[in-house]
Ligand binder design. Structure first.
Ligand SMILES: [Zn+2]
Length: 501
C-alpha cells in the first residue's frame, strides 16, 4: 500500500512553480561561479512528493476528462511529472558521470588540463596542427566514457517507455512534439540537397580563409575556431560585444537596461562558465541573461541569440497560467525567437553599421556567417537523420555509429568521428526542435522583410510584431506560428535563402 499523498492539479502546479524556481536559481548560482558546489539533489529530495507514480496517474485521470486549453495544460503538467520521475531515479547516476567527466584530464604538450578546458581551448588555438593534435587527444578521452553514456541512455529510455506507456522512442517523441519527425526529416533532406551546390562554393572560399592550408575534408576539431571567425578577431572584439548587442536590440525598441525583469549578468569572473545562457526562473518576473565574452564574432551571435530567449520569457503575459509562461512541449517555439534575433548578425549592413567596415568588406564578412549557418544547418539535418535511424534500431541492434560518421561528414564536408555519436546526442530529439526553429525563423524573417522592409533588423516595428508573439508565452506550437505568418510548417524556401542556396 502506498502512503504517497496526491496533489490536485492546482496544488501540483503551484508547488512545481516553487520547485523549478529553486532549481533554476541553484543552477544560476553554480553557473555564474557564485557557488562552487551544486546542491540540486537536496532540492530534488525536498520536493520528492511531486514525482510519484500515483501523482502521474492522478494527473492523467483529470487530463482525460478535460478538453481544449485545460487539457493542454494538464498534458504539460503530466509530462513534467513524468520526466521528473525519470530524472529523480537517475539523478545520482547522472551526477556521477558528470563529475567523472569534470575530473577527466588530458595532457597536451606536457601540460595537464581538464577535458572541458581542452574542448574550450580548441576554439582559440591559432595553429592548425595544434588543434588537430588536441582535438584527437580530447576525442580519445571523451570516447572512453561511451559505455557509461550508453548505459545511462538505456536506463533513461526504459523508464521513459514505462512511464509514458509508449515503448518506441520515435513514436513517443512524435506524440509529445505533435509532429511527424520523418516528414520533417524528409523536407529538410530535400532542403539540404538543394543547398549543396551553394555550400560547396562557400566551403571552397571559407575553409581556406579560416583554416589556411587544409585537407579536402578537415576534421570537426576546427569548427569552434571557425565559428568565432577567429582570423577576423580584431574586428569582432571582446570589449565591444555587450555595447554593440545592446545597441542592436535598442534599434528594435528593446532597451534591456530599462527592463528590470531581465537580470543581466555580463561580468567576467574566472569561475563563470563561458557559454551564454538564459535562465527563466520565474517568467516574466525573473529572467536571467548570462554571457561571458571570449572574443570573436561568436560572442555577438551568442548574446543576440540568448537575448531573443530572454525577451520572449520576459515578454509573456503575466496573466497566463504558470505552465503557459514556463513550460512548453519542446524547445521549438522559443528557439524561433533566439534565431530571429541572432539572424541580425547575418545582415551585411549590420557589419557595416557597427564595425566601420566598407560595404564590400561587410558583405564578405556576412557571407562568412552564411557559410557558418549553412554548415550548422547541414550538420543538424544529418544529425536528425542519424538519430531517427539510431532510435528506430535502439531496441534491436542498438544503432550504427558508422552511420553517424558517414551522414555528418557527407553533409558538412567536415570529418566527424564515429566515436562522437553519443556525446553529440541531446535528449528528446532536440535536433528536431532546432531544425523547426531554423525553418520557422527563416519564414519569420521573410515575413518581416515583406511587412516592414529590408531594414527589419533595425526597425522598431519588428519589436512591436515580436512583442505580440512574446505575449503568448510558451503556449503556441512552432507550427501555429507558421500559420500566423502564412506559411506551411514544412516550407523551406525561406530557409534556403538563409543558407546561401
Ligand atoms: Zn537557444
Amino acid at each position: 500500500m502506498s502512503t504517497t499523498s496526491v496533489l490536485s492539479p492546482t496544488e501540483f502546479e503551484s508547488r512545481l512553480e516553487r520547485y523549478l524556481f529553486e532549481r533554476s536559481e541553484e543552477w544560476r548560482a553554480v553557473r555564474v561561479g557564485e557557488k562552487e558546489v551544486s546542491e540540486q539533489a537536496e532540492i530534488v529530495r525536498r520536493y520528492a512528493d511531486l514525482f510519484s507514480r500515483e501523482q502521474l496517474d492522478a494527473l492523467r485521470e483529470v487530463e482525460e476528462r478535460e478538453s481544449g486549453d485545460a487539457r493542454e495544460l494538464l498534458y504539460r503538467l503530466r509530462k513534467t511529472c513524468e520526466s521528473g520521475l525519470v530524472s529523480a531515479q537517475l539523478a545520482e547516476r547522472e551526477d556521477e558521470l558528470e563529475n567523472r567527466l569534470l575530473a577527466a584530464r588530458v595532457t597536451f604538450k606536457g601540460e595537464e588540463m581538464p577535458l572541458r578546458n581542452a574542448q574550450a581551448k580548441l576554439a582559440v588555438l591559432p595553429a592548425y596542427d595544434d588543434r588537430e593534435e588536441l582535438g584527437a587527444i580530447q576525442a580519445e578521452v571523451s570516447a572512453g566514457f561511451n559505455p557509461d553514456r550508453l548505459d545511462l541512455l538505456r536506463a533513461t529510455e526504459e523508464l521513459a517507455a514505462e512511464y509514458s506507456g509508449i515503448a518506441d522512442a520515435v513514436e513517443r517523441n512524435e506524440e509529445e512534439k505533435d509532429i511527424s519527425l520523418r516528414d520533417l526529416s524528409r523536407a529538410l533532406e530535400r532542403a539540404s540537397d538543394a543547398s549543396s551546390a551553394g555550400y560547396d562554393k562557400l566551403r571552397e572560399t571559407w575553409f581556406t580563409r579560416l583554416l589556411g592550408d587544409h585537407p579536402d575534408v578537415p576534421s570537426s576539431y576546427h569548427t569552434a575556431w571557425m565559428r568565432r571567425l577567429s582570423p577576423l578577431e580584431s574586428t569582432y572584439t571582446k570589449d565591444r560585444a555587450t555595447e554593440i548587442c545592446l545597441q542592436t536590440l535598442e534599434a528594435l525598441g528593446f532597451d534591456l537596461n530599462a527592463q528590470p525583469n531581465i537580470k543581466l549578468d555580463l561580468d567576467d569572473r574566472p569561475q563563470k562558465a563561458p557559454r551564454a545562457c538564459v535562465i527563466a526562473s520565474d517568467p516574466p518576473k525573473v529572467v536571467h541573461l548570462i554571457t561571458r565574452a571570449q572574443g570573436g564574432l561568436h560572442d555577438y551571435q551568442a548574446f543576440l541569440h540568448e537575448a531573443g530567449h530572454a525577451l520572449h520569457y520576459a515578454g509573456c503575459d503575466p496573466g497566463l497560467p504558470y505552465i503557459f509562461r514556463r513550460i512548453a512541449r519542446d524547445h521549438a517555439l522559443t528557439e524561433i525567437y533566439s534565431y530571429i534575433v541572432e539572424a541580425i548578425s547575418r545582415e551585411p549592413e549590420w557589419h557595416e553599421l557597427y564595425f566601420g567596415l566598407s560595404p564590400e568588406q561587410a558583405r564578405e564578412n556576412a557571407e562568412a556567417t552564411t557559410f557558418l549557418e549553412a554548415l550548422l544547418f547541414r550538420r543538424y539535418e544529418a544529425k536528425l537523420r542519424f538519430e531517427l535511424d539510431f532510435w528506430s534500431r535502439f531496441n534491436g541492434d542498438g544503432g550504427d555509429p558508422d552511420l553517424y560518421e558517414k551522414l555528418l561528414t557527407d553533409a558538412a564536408g567536415v570529418r566527424y568521428r564515429k566515436e562522437g555519436y553519443l556525446s553529440d546526442m541531446d535528449a528528446g530529439f532536440y535536433s528536431a526542435d532546432y531544425l523547426r526553429a531554423w525553418i520557422r525563423s527563416a519564414q519569420l524573417r521573410d515575413h518581416l522583410v515583406r511587412e516592414i522592409g529590408d531594414d527589419w533588423w533595425r526597425n522598431a516595428q519588428t519589436g512591436e510584431l515580436l512583442r505580440d508573439l512574446f505575449r503568448e508565452g510558451t503556449k503556441p506550437t512552432s507550427e501555429e506560428i507558421a500559420a500566423r505568418i502564412g506559411f506551411d510548417p514544412l516550407d523551406t524556401k525561406p530557409l534556403l535563402h538563409e543558407v546561401g542556396a
